[in-house]
Write a protein that binds this ligand. Structure first.
Ligand code: GLA
Length: 405
């Protein structure tokens, strides 16, 4: 018998009514890794440079280490055509985005792009407001795999609505895209964006310095690495596989000391942060390559448990951080924020390391762990004996603990 209900089911099937838009699941089960043009190049971008970066990502060993997305930030835009479809600037991208995506894909990498929920991007190019579905279709046609979506020029817009609209537009366009929200933590996205985006910025922009506050014209600020680190307080409970806190892109290789770069990279790994390099990959020092491709540190970031680390203790600017890992392992990082070296003494069996939010416990009294130093890449004993070492200024000692059977 043909009932009303069966007719509805048939219609729904044929016409796709009721297909709920959602975010693409399974795309970022570990924090995304890649490169973005903004930190080093700002608006000075073009297709030849992006191709060179893709080549360098492969040649430097970064692809092998897990980096995948090449993301073109602000300023790629040209005009909209008379139907409203967006095109790249034809001087900077003479062969168009499809050709560039094909090239990046031919290297086994993925291409990302940038837009803004408002009328204009932060640099004054066309924003997606009112063009969300058209832009998402255009990106899908080009073969875009990642979208960073900014929050400039959004006066009177509701953030949950704006980001949901773009999420739905991407979903309807049909090509899986990692959706990276960039509203600087203004509206506490960690509380509402789990089903909208794969990652959300938690702060304003990072700045290439250890602990400074940099004032821009117009009265806004960018933040040094330690300032950004401190702003992550209280956010770890909101992150997990498929939905990450994003403390902004890396400044490794952009001018801080090697110690500072190492500490920055290590702490981002402890935070399970997206690892998006922001330097010129075509021109890197040995030290920068060594930091960005340390696969043992990257493994801490990319651990499948997906639990963000926490500050266990802090004394006189010497901090001890722990991160629970899969298989009952732990990462430990001693971070020296002082201007001089610091001696760390850590007697495991006297410490009660408990992750109160996710319920992990190290139980150093009952379990002995083997210790590996992730930067010297040496096995350095067991947790039966207290650990004693000197941490250079603005640097870390990062360890991985593995329970002994
Ligand atoms: C904002 C973002 C940055 C970058 C610029 C581009 O400031 O937070 O990461 O995308 O816009 O204009």
């Amino acid at each position: 018998m043909i009932t009303k209900k069966s007719l509805f089911v048939v219609f729904t099937f044929i016409f796709g009514f009721g297909i709920q838009a959602q975010k693409f699941e399974e795309l970022a089960l570990t924090p995304p890794m890649g490169w973005n043009s903004w930190n080093k190049f700002a608006c000075d971008i073009n297709e030849e440079m992006i191709r060179g970066i893709a080549d360098a990502m492969v040649e430097s060993g970064m692809k092998e280490a897990g980096y995948k997305y090449i993301v073109i930030d602000d300023c790629w835009h040209g005009r909209r055509d008379s139907f409203g479809f967006i095109y790249p600037d034809s001087t900077r991208f003479p062969n168009g985005m499809k050709a560039l995506a094909d090239y990046v894909h031919s290297k086994g990498l993925k291409l990302g792009i940038y837009s803004d929920a408002g009328t204009e991007t932060c640099a004054g190019y066309p924003g997606s407001r009112g063009y969300e579905y058209q832009d998402a279709l255009q990106y899908a046609k080009w073969g875009i795999d990642y979208l960073k979506y900014d929050w400039c020029n959004t006066e009177n817009i509701n953030p949950v609505g704006a980001y949901t609209t773009m999420r739905d537009a991407l979903y309807k366009a049909g090509r899986p895209v990692v959706f990276s929200m960039c509203e600087w933590g203004n509206n506490e996205p960690w509380k509402w964006a789990e089903d909208i985006a794969h990652l959300w910025r938690t702060t304003g922009d990072i700045f290439i310095c250890w602990d400074c506050k940099h004032e821009h014209e117009g009265g806004w600020y960018s933040w040094g690495v330690m300032k950004i680190l401190d702003m992550q307080e209280g956010l770890r409970k909101y992150a997990g596989p498929g939905h990450w806190n994003d403390p902004d892109m890396l400044e490794v290789g952009n001018g801080m000391s090697v110690n500072e770069d190492r500490a920055h990279f290590s702490m981002w790994a402890m935070l399970a942060a997206p690892l998006i390099a922001g330097n010129d990959l075509r021109n890197m020092s040995e030290e920068t390559i060594e930091i960005l491709t340390n696969e043992e540190v990257i493994a801490v970031d990319q651990d499948s448990l997906g639990v963000q680390g926490f500050k266990y203790s802090s004394k006189d600017s010497l901090e001890t951080w722990f991160k629970p890992l899969d298989n009952n392992e732990w990462a430990v990082c001693f971070l020296n924020r002082r201007a001089e070296p610091a001696v760390v003494e850590f007697d495991w069996e006297n410490e009660n390391v408990v992750d109160e939010i996710f319920g992990y416990e190290a139980k150093f009294n009952e379990i002995t762990y083997a210790i590996r130093n992730l930067w010297t890449r040496k096995n350095i004993g067991k947790t039966k004996r207290a650990f004693k070492a000197t941490v250079p200024s603005h640097d870390v000692i990062m360890l991985r603990l593995k329970p002994l059977k």
